[in-house]
Design a protein around this ligand. Structure first.
Ligand SMILES: [Zn+2]
Length: 140
């Protein structure tokens, strides 16, 4: 069955409608862009709607994966909490956090809060050792 999803990413103000087939497995699933309901200022100059969707998806995925990589790199700063629905979630311990934003060139900017030099270096190493982050993520 073809389903339509309206997506509001947390990485920009675009609102995008895409279609996907519920009969395909999640690893093979293809998101077909249907309509861009709203284009944010950062993506307003991208005319082609598939290009726009790809850009927004790329930024959103990069942010999500990078935050997960940070949590893996500094397990000493992470604790696991149980949410109301019983599922578990990894969060930063008290006094530690990371905040993210995108700069004008749509580079991911990460602010590490409470991290000492050793922990910061571990995060820098994620960027240096992975081509998908190199030159696309900055530590503030
Ligand atoms: Zn956007």
């Amino acid at each position: 069955m073809i389903k339509t999803t309206t997506w509001k990413p947390d990485t920009c103000d675009c609102i995008i409608e895409y279609e996907w087939d519920t009969d395909t497995s999640s690893s093979e699933r293809v998101h077909t862009i249907k309509n861009i309901i709203k284009k944010c200022d950062a993506h307003n100059n991208i005319i082609n709607k598939t290009d726009c969707f790809d850009n927004v998806m790329d930024e959103n995925t990069r942010k999500n994966i990078f935050i997960e990589e940070i949590k893996k790199a500094v397990p000493e700063l992470i604790e696991e909490i149980t949410q109301e629905d019983g599922s578990k979630k990894k969060v930063f311990k008290e006094n530690y956090d990371c905040k993210w934003t995108f700069d004008v060139d749509r580079k991911l900017e990460i602010e590490l809060i409470g991290f000492d030099e050793t922990a910061k270096n571990k995060v820098e190493n994620i960027i240096l050792s992975d081509a998908k982050f190199l030159d696309k993520v900055n530590i503030k």
